[in-house]
Design a protein around this ligand. Structure first.
Ligand SMILES: [Zn+2]
Length: 397
C-alpha cells in the first residue's frame, strides 16, 4: 500500500535566488490580500472566480505577469481552502491579510512549476536552489512548498508517495498517562518516556540572550537596534533547537510503542490544564502535545487501534476494582491508595492502567468502566456505594 507524505529539506539559496523568492512572495501576497478584500466587501470568492480575477489581473499588470502563474494560482487555491475551512472547521477564523513585516514567505508549486535537476531545485521563474539532501526522496515529488521559517532559513517540503512497511506483529495493549516530570507514564514501565527537559538544558544560554535583549530594547515606537535583533534571533534559535530535540525524542519513542502494541489507549490531554503557571510546565505541555500528536499519527498509520480517553477521574479511580476515591489526589501525592480494595500504586501508573481498562472494554470514559469492573468482595461495586451511602431503595423515599 502507498501513502502520501511530506519530505522536508533545508535549502541553501544564494542572494539572487533569495531576492527572486521574496519578489515572488510579494506578488502572491498581493493576490492573497486582494482575495481577502473581495471577501470582506461581500463577494464570497470561490476558486473559480478567483482564477478569473487572476487572469484579469495578469492581463492588466505587467509586474504580475513577471511572476510564476503556478505559484499565484496555488496561492489562490490555498486561500479558497482556508476560507472554506473557516466555515466548516471549528475554531478557524476567516483568512486575514498577510502583512509585509509579519508574514513569512510560503510558495507552492505543482509539477509543472518545478523540477529537481542535478541535485538542485529549479522553480518557475528561473531560480535554481541547492538542496541539502538529508535523505533520499522515495518517489518523484508531485508538488513542493518552498518556505522560510522564523529564523530566516529556507526549506522545501516535497509531497511524495512511499510504500508503507507492513507493521510488525504485536498484541496486547498499552495505556498512556501524560505528566510533567515523566512525559508519558505507561502501563509497562519499560515504555515510560521521561521529560528530558531540552529547554531546561539550554536555559542558561537562553537567559543570557534574553538579558541582552532587555538591555538593548528601545522604547515603543522606535525601531529596534541590530544588537537587539541579533539577541532576539539567538533566543529564537535556542527555542527552536529545544523544540526539535523534543520532536525527535517523541518520534523515536512513538515508533517503539507502536511497534510493540496492537491497542494504544491515550489520555486525551488538553494543554490548558497545566500551561497556566511556570515556564517548566509550559515546556512539559509542549512536549506532551508534540508526543501525543506523533503517537496518534504513527499508531493510525501502522493500523493500530488508537483510543483517546478523556482524563476526567482517571487519577481518582482504582485500576484494580474500579472504585472512585471521594477526594481528588493533591499534586504532591505520588501514590494512589484504594480505600476499597487496598490497592496501592504509583499515581500515574494507576491512571495509565485505568486508561487502558477503559479502552480495552470499549468504553468512552471512566464512568462506564467503574460499573463494569466487578468488585472483589462481590455484589455491587464500591463506587456506587461511595456515591449513594444509603442502602438501595432507601434513597427514593
Ligand atoms: Zn481498589
Amino acid at each position: 500500500m502507498d501513502e502520501t507524505v511530506r519530505y522536508t529539506y533545508r535549502l541553501r539559496p544564494g542572494a539572487q535566488a533569495v531576492s527572486a523568492l521574496n519578489a515572488e512572495w510579494g506578488r502572491c501576497r498581493w493576490l492573497w490580500n486582494e482575495a481577502v478584500h473581495q471577501q470582506k466587501t461581500g463577494a464570497k470568492p470561490t476558486f473559480c472566480t478567483l482564477s478569473k480575477l487572476l487572469t484579469a489581473a495578469r492581463a492588466r499588470n505587467a509586474w504580475l505577469r513577471d511572476g510564476s502563474q503556478v505559484a499565484q494560482q496555488q496561492t489562490l487555491r490555498t486561500y479558497a481552502q482556508t476560507l472554506a475551512h473557516s466555515y466548516t472547521v471549528k475554531g478557524r477564523g476567516r483568512p486575514q491579510p498577510k502583512r509585509r513585516k509579519t508574514s513569512r514567505p510560503s510558495l507552492e508549486y505543482t509539477r509543472r512549476g518545478f523540477a529537481v535537476k542535478d541535485g538542485r531545485l529549479r522553480i518557475a521563474g528561473g531560480a535554481t536552489i541547492p538542496v541539502v539532501w538529508s535523505r533520499d526522496l522515495p518517489s518523484d515529488p508531485t508538488s513542493v512548498r518552498v518556505y522560510q521559517d522564523s529564523l530566516g532559513h529556507w526549506y522545501a517540503s516535497f509531497v511524495v508517495t512511499r510504500t508503507v512497511e507492513p507493521a510488525t506483529d504485536a498484541d496486547g495493549g498499552i495505556g498512556i498517562d501524560w505528566g510533567v516530570a515523566t512525559t508519558a507514564t505507561t502501563t509497562d514501565p519499560r515504555f515510560d518516556l521521561p521529560h528530558l527537559g531540552h529547554r531546561k538544558r539550554c536555559a542558561a544560554a537562553l537567559a543570557k540572550a534574553q538579558r541582552k535583549m532587555a538591555r538593548r530594547r528601545r522604547p515603543r515606537g522606535h525601531a529596534q537596534s541590530g544588537g537587539y535583533r541579533r539577541a532576539a534571533r539567538q533566543a529564537a534559535k535556542l527555542h527552536k533547537k529545544a523544540a526539535r530535540q523534543t520532536t525527535h525524542d517523541a518520534r523515536v519513542w512513538a515508533r517503539r510503542v507502536v511497534n510493540h502494541h496492537a491497542l494504544i489507549a491515550v489520555e486525551d490531554f488538553k494543554p490548558k490544564f497545566l500551561a497556566r503557571s511556570t515556564m517548566a510546565r509550559k515546556a512539559a505541555d509542549a512536549a506532551i502535545g508534540t508526543t501525543k500528536r506523533v503517537l496518534i499519527e504513527y499508531g493510525k498509520r501502522a493500523g493500530r487501534k488508537v483510543v483517546l480517553v478523556p482524563p476526567a477521574y482517571t487519577t481518582m479511580t482504582c485500576a484494580q476494582c474500579g472504585t472512585r476515591a471521594k477526594d481528588r489526589l493533591g499534586l504532591g501525592q505520588r501514590v494512589f491508595r484504594c480505600g476499597h480494595c487496598g490497592n496501592a500504586d504509583d499515581r500515574d501508573r494507576n491512571a495509565a492502567r485505568v486508561i487502558l481498562a477503559v479502552a480495552e472494554r470499549g468504553h468512552a470514559d471512566v464512568d462506564d468502566v467503574r460499573h463494569s469492573i466487578p468488585s472483589p468482595r462481590g455484589g455491587r461495586s464500591g463506587a456506587v456505594r461511595a456515591r449513594n451511602p444509603l442502602p438501595s431503595g432507601m434513597g427514593k423515599r
